[in-house]
Design a binder for this molecule. Structure first.
Ligand code: SER
Length: 886
């Protein structure tokens, strides 16, 4: 019987043999399509080909497309794992015709593949066609007629647009469709004439295997439909379902597509798995691991918002199901590794990104487990405190508090309270959260700050944005449009005033996008403002701050503005270097690296990015080397204003979501392409050199690199060289290369000396002066009592062992002082354990040092603060032995 991997292969071969071009699956992240969260059908990548906006060198295509249907309104994540057929990710087999063949071939090939190629029983298949209701299109009698070649009329059902008219979304290509279903009931499918029964109504008896869409229309935003240039074909068949049908198993989870992950989860859980949980948690984990591995491979990173958040929810759901079956250590990355192992043949991007997948999944699981631990206890307390007499609605305010204080996600609170028979109105909780946060913010905005903000707000309303001319020049003539002194708008500013200036145009960059503001001078006849900062408090209105000298400055005065170019150059070097660094980080650590923040000053740059573990010395070397290569390539800056679509097509990186629809500034240096409004070097060679100064974690999953460029990099490296050379001199090493050798030798010598000291101490304790003179006999037992010098309890024990061995048969009692405390130790040879148990003896001696002691019959120890009582304790030993042995 064919395995699922076999079916996939045969599908592609079947259609390539019929003139189709095999087109690889596209990424799960839709390109240039803001209407879509994830790629959810094989036809997505051909949307513009159907409408005639894009030409391809082929008119027939076959694909196996990875699809995610999760997070949308119709895809309830809660079902996945609990039904035989729901998934977050699935593989869609599809054949496509772009104005080439139409219904007849699509129907024939669909039938032939299922009944001939993979051998499904023809008498168990039924089909549906469009009945002409629910959309402005005709009933598809033509398709019904064509099906008659393969099936009796009784197995051809007619359904409304709800089931048999397919559209990609509110807009885009669409058309009537025909579905092939497998009847799974006990008897043959019912004959025609049994009204109201059929695949559209009986979900459990029928499973839809294949949807053949006869694409003929395009829907427009205004709701109208126009005809496509040519009738086309889009078909889609879920591989998991076909495999379950061919393999004759009841659930997709029993096919070889999902078994490896289910079994992996089962093995990890082992015997800890409570039996009453059934298979569902294993299936949730298996399904979600598959979606997670594929999504991360396509560059989706678990995080807040949009598709990142959908991934986070999927991962967290799987991890929670893991904890329910006893998987209380990070396990999910291991299941994801199974996905990589099983699917890389077909989807090589999985193997290419295996390390990133491992990294991202581990990091998310570790952080989520911390959140869980903290929050879970609180949620349970809150559930316990819930007053059930008042109903089952869990308080949205408490849920908001759990989120705000413990970072416990609202959706998770909802799931947990549901398990206790309560419900949470998530929208109400969101609202409560917003109100809390707004209340918190309100407090910080009061008073003076608000007055200043109001002033800027008014000024911006009056003057609008400042024209920025600083990309092309560092000097400009301008006119004073506003003056602010002591937080108030004034018409003239006196000599010596701390002033804020708004001009009609300026070459000075206002702090934004992590780049600090410019400094420089603003001059008019005899008057100078030394500008110490430029910022943009509202919109793109530039406000220059500085001290006025040489006279009075008035609104309307003509001025000359000059940027401090040496400082600006240093800033430009550092800003361009962050772009190269960003590129190098993604190249060496993975595409999960996203910029989380940055600071670009003349002295150094700071770059915060998503990544879960420290950078190894080797990675650091590679990152610096990649940046150095880009610097040496001396690429010219290519800066363009482009539409968002053009920027995306160039695979530019940056904050796309925030600015969708606007024109964006795209800055390219060789392979680095970023959306950016900052000022940059003309060529990468201007950067000179980049040196990473430090690398550290600043928050969960976020790391910070600090680096220097140009002369700063040289100074940093020279500093390190001087440090090493100073060390060399201190160590009396001839060359720098000798330094590690010298250090190793010193460490070696130090260890040898420490060992020698320990040996001498033991010798002092056990042998030397005492000889046999301190051995006495009590009740026929040889007793050796001695005060020794031992540095710690371990050394004391070693000494006691040695003395006991020498004694053959007897009792050793030792006392020592260490770190200002008294230590006592009693060792008894085996033959005497019963007569004088060490533990009993030490209990008698310990009170002399104000301590307590205990231990086994052959060895017991005590410690106490009273060092002065040590000799008394030792003196009491013989008497105590006499009475115990008596
Ligand atoms: N686009 C159709 C579907 O997703 C057929 O591939 O069902």
């Amino acid at each position: 019987m064919a395995s699922a991997h076999d079916i996939r292969k045969r599908f592609v071969e079947f259609f390539t043999a019929r003139g189709h071009t095999h087109v690889p699956s596209s990424s799960l992240v839709p390109r240039n399509d803001p209407t879509l969260l994830f790629v959810n059908a094989g036809m997505n990548q051909f949307k513009d080909v159907f409408t005639g906006r894009e030409q391809r060198p082929y008119t027939r295509a076959v694909t196996v497309q990875r699809c995610v249907r999760a997070g949308g309104k119709h895809n309830d994540l809660d079902n996945v794992g609990f039904t035989p057929r729901h998934h977050t990710l699935f593989e869609m087999l599809g054949n496509f015709s772009f104005g080439d063949y139409f219904k007849a071939d699509a129907i024939r090939w669909g039938w032939e593949f299922l009944t001939g190629e993979v051998g499904l029983p023809a008498d168990r298949l039924v089909v549906t066609v469009f009945d002409g209701t629910g959309e402005a299109a005709d009933a598809d009698d033509e398709a019904a007629e064509m099906w008659r070649e393969f099936l009796p009329a009784s197995r051809i059902y007619r359904c409304s647009a709800k089931d048999n008219f397919w559209a990609m979304g509110d807009t885009g290509p669409c058309g009537p469709c025909s579905e092939i279903h497998l009847f799974k009931g006990d008897v043959a499918p019912p004959d025609a004439g049994i009204a109201g029964r059929g695949p559209a109504f009986e979900d459990n008896a029928y499973v839809e295997l294949w949807n053949l869409v006869f694409m003929q229309y395009e829907k427009h935003p205004d709701g109208t439909m126009s005809k496509l240039p040519k009738p086309s074909i889009d078909t889609g068949s879920g591989l998991e379902r076909v495999a379950a049908a061919v393999e004759k198993v009841g659930s997709n989870y029993e096919t070889d597509l999902l078994i490896p992950m289910v079994e992996c989860a089962r093995a990890l859980a082992g015997s800890r798995r409570p039996l009453d949980r059934g298979e569902a948690p294993l299936r949730v984990i298996a399904d979600h691991a598959r979606a997670t591995a594929f999504l991360v491979a396509d560059g989706v990173f678990p995080d807040k918002g949009g598709r990142n958040y959908v991934l986070r929810r999927i991962m967290r759901r799987a991890i929670r199901h893991g904890t329910e079956i006893g998987l209380d250590r990070p396990f999910f990355h291991e299941v994801c590794a199974k996905v990589v192992e099983n699917f890389s043949d077909v989807y090589p991007e999985l193997a290419e990104r295996a390390a990133t997948i491992d990294e991202v999944v581990r990091g998310e699981e570790e952080s989520f487990r911390r959140t869980l631990d903290r929050g879970l206890r609180r949620v349970q307390v809150a559930v316990g405190e819930h007053d059930r007499a008042a109903g089952t609605a869990f308080s949205p305010a408490v849920a908001a508090d759990l989120y705000d204080t413990y970072g416990f996600p609202l959706d998770l609170t909802a799931v947990i309270v549901a398990e206790h028979g309560l419900s949470l109105d998530e929208a109400a909780a969101e609202k409560a959260l917003k109100e809390r946060q707004a209340a918190g913010e309100g407090n910080t905005n009061l008073g003076e700050e608000r007055a200043v903000a109001d002033l800027y707000f008014a000024l911006h309303g009056e003057l609008g944005d400042t024209t920025f001319v600083g990309y092309d020049s560092t000097e400009a003539d301008a006119v004073v449009r506003a003056l602010v002194v002591d937080g108030r708008a004034v018409d003239e500013a006196p000599d010596g005033a701390e002033v804020e200036l708004v001009l009609d145009r300026t070459p000075m960059y206002g702090e934004s996008g992590g780049q600090v503001g410019d400094t420089g001078t603003i001059t008019a006849a005899g008057v100078t403002v030394e500008v110490t900062d430029t910022h943009k408090p509202r919109g793109a209105m530039h406000v220059h701050r500085g001290r006025l000298s040489g006279g009075t400055l008035r609104k309307g005065d003509a001025v000359h503005v000059a940027v401090d170019t040496a400082r600006r150059d240093a800033i430009r070097r550092n800003h361009s270097a962050t772009h190269l660094l960003h590129h190098a980080l993604r190249k060496h650590l993975g595409d999960h690296v996203l910029q989380k923040g940055s600071l670009v000053t003349p002295d150094r740059l700071r770059f915060d990015f998503s990544h879960n573990r420290p950078i190894t010395p080797e990675q650091r070397r590679e990152i610096e080397a990649t940046v150095a290569q880009m610097v040496l390539a001396n690429a010219a800056a290519d800066v363009r204003q482009q539409s968002m679509d053009e920027a995306k097509a160039r695979r530019a990186i940056g904050l796309f979501e925030a600015k969708y629809g606007e024109t964006v500034r795209v800055v390219q240096f060789g392979a680095s392409i970023e959306l950016c409004g900052g000022t940059h070097v003309g060529r990468t060679g201007d950067i000179g050199l980049l040196a990473i100064v430090s690398e550290a974690s600043i928050a969960q999953g976020v790391r910070r690199i600090e680096a220097v460029t140009g002369m700063g990099a040289l100074a940093h490296l020279q500093g390190l060289v001087e440090l090493v050379d100073g060390t060399r001199t201190q160590l009396h090493a001839h060359t720098v290369e000798d330094v590690p050798v010298k250090i190793e030798r010193l460490q070696h010598d130090l260890k040898a000396q420490q060992r020698e000291v320990a040996r001498l101490q033991q010798e002092l304790a056990t042998g030397g002066g005492g000889g046999a003179s301190d051995i006495t006999e009590v009740a026929g037992i040889k007793v050796q009592v001695r005060r020794v010098a031992s540095p710690d309890a371990k050394a004391l024990r070693a000494a006691a062992d040695a003395l006991r061995d020498k004694l053959g048969s007897g009792i050793v009692v030792l006392g020592a002082e260490a770190d200002g405390k008294a230590m006592l130790l009693v060792a008894v040879t085996k033959d005497l354990e019963a007569r004088v148990p060490a533990g009993k003896l030490i209990a008698v001696l310990a009170p002399h040092v104000d301590g307590k002691g205990g231990g086994r019959p052959e060895l017991a120890q005590a410690g106490g603060p009273n060092v002065a009582g040590l000799d008394a304790a030792l003196a009491a030993a013989t008497g105590a032995i006499a009475s115990l042995a008596g």
